[in-house]
Design a protein around this ligand. Sequence first.
Ligand code: ZN
Length: 273
Amino acid sequence: MTGTSAAAVAGLGHRGEVTTVLSYLVDQAAAGQTPGLVDWTPRSPWDIWWICFRSGSPAETLGLRPAERSGGCAVCAPHVVELTRDTPMHPGVRPDCRRACFTAWAASMRSPEPVLSWPRISSGLAMVKPGGDAAAVVDLLAGQFVIEQPIVRILSTHDVRRLYPEAYGADFIAARDHYLTSAPCTVLTLRAKIPTPAGHQRKHAIREILGNSDPLRNHLHMPDNPGETWCDLRLLSGSHDDLYRRYDSADAAERLDHYRRLLGVEQAGPRRC
Ligand SMILES: [Zn+2]
C-alpha cells in the first residue's frame, strides 16, 4: 500500500473507506450532482479500479482520474488507467506486478476492520446462493421488506467477479466461481417498509438462523452499504428501472453529509480527485 488519506488517518478501515467513496459518488448522482470527490487520496490504484469495476462505470463517469491521482506502483497505476478507461475490465486472477500489489491490496480490503454505521435507505437486494433456501429467506425478509421482484437466474463468471472484485487467491476464486455459477440464484429486489440502514447485521442474522457458516455456501448475499446496493441492483435486478434512484434520491444529499463525516473531508467543491 502506498499513499495516505484523511480516512486512513481517522482510522477508517480500508474497505470501509473505499465503500464510503463509492457510496458518495453513487449518491452524488442520485442527488443530481456530477460525481467527483475532493480531498481523497486512494491508498492504492486498485481502490479506483474496485469502485469502477464494482459499479460498471468508467473512471471518467465517476469523476475519478486514475492517471492523476492513483500514485503508487509504476506498473499498476497505468494498468488501472487502462482497465477503467471504458467499460471496466477485470485484470485476471494473477495481475501481479513484481511487487504483487493486487494481492496485497486485496488482502488489505478483506482484513477485519470496524463495522461502519450507514445511513438509511429504502431500496435493497438479496441474492439467495445456489442450494440456499429461497423460501426461508423470503419469510425472514418479509417482515421488513416488500419483495418487488423475484428473479431466478444463473450467474456468469463476470457477474461473480463484479460482486467480489477484491477476491484473491487462484484456488479460492476458482472454487467460488464454480459454486456460484453451478445452479440458479434467486435475486430478490427489496423495498423497506421503513427505511433502514444497509448493513451486514441482517445478512449475518439470517445466515445464523439458516445454520450455515461456510464462507462460500452461506445462503445469502446482501450488499452492506448504499453504494453497493446500487451496484447490485444495477447488476442483478434485470430491470432498467433504477429503484435506488426512485426510492432513495430524496435523501441522497443528506447521506452525502454522512459520508463526508466518515471520510473527514470538507464540503464538496468543484475540484475532483
Ligand atoms: Zn504494482
